[in-house]
Design a protein around this ligand. Sequence first.
Ligand code: ATR
Length: 286
Amino acid sequence: MLDGKTKVYGVIGDPIEHTLSPFIHNKIMEKLKENKTYVPYHVERNQLGDAIKGAWSLKIDGLNVTVPHKETVRQHLIGMDDFASQVGAVNTLKYTKEGYYGYNTDVYGLGRSLEVNDIELKGSNVLLIGAGGAARAAAVLCASKGVKKLMIMNRTLSKAEELACMVKTYYEVDVEIYPLSVKPLAKRIDVAIQTTSIGMHPYEDQMVITEDLCAKIQVAVDIIYNPKETLFLKVAKKKGAKVVNGLEMLFYQGIKAFEIWAEEELPRDLQKNLLEELKEYLERRL
Ligand code: ATR
């Protein structure tokens, strides 16, 4: 029941109809029996500033930010955490009396999803496929965890180069860049992280790298969760790799956002139950 004391949270994006965040957050609120609610808001590009000002006036306690606002929202904030400024994107806002403060919980979400799957980045040879927004978060995670080598492979080499420069500005890390046509020199790829939208509808029958390169991969991670197994994951699995899709990354970025708003950690057993519920919900919905 909503009443005069209900605290409101939400997610802003364009489009917004397909977001899974309301499911995740309303479930947490329900399980914790808290007087909070979480709603999707459709905010167009040219109304972002007004929307942020309005939300702040309404004292909306927390917001998630999704495409296409993750980068542009930064100019409307009073500050942001280190990951957000390194990645250049914000996906979580927390209300303060001075304005909203921004966080990037995508880096954390990917990190946690690797951790729960026993995947170690420290000291690993990592292949990063793609150099867009999602790749930036993955690159920051890899560098902050102390990978041995980060190999960035992208269709447009100049973008891979830009990403390499960004990472090296903040971290001491060995970075190599490759166009799609050149196979990385490393004998073994401990972890490969696929960050492009290739593999998702309408590109279900495509993958960015060659089958041949897949054979070198020990652990294949795709940030896509629909379909559950992209062609990249299918091929890597066939060649003997362990595979992880993007559902846990999505889930744990949401968990972290909630923890930032609540200023406390969510019990692990609650997280586990909720992840199972999210998986069931997706099975029904997709
Ligand atoms: P996001 O923010 O979701 O990561 P993005 O910033 O548009 O999206 O990045 C998309 C990534 O997918 C880029 O690495 C892009 O490669 P380019 O930098 O060469 O554009 C990659 N990508 C998109 N379509 C592709 C395709 N058909 N083949 C290979 N890579 C593709």
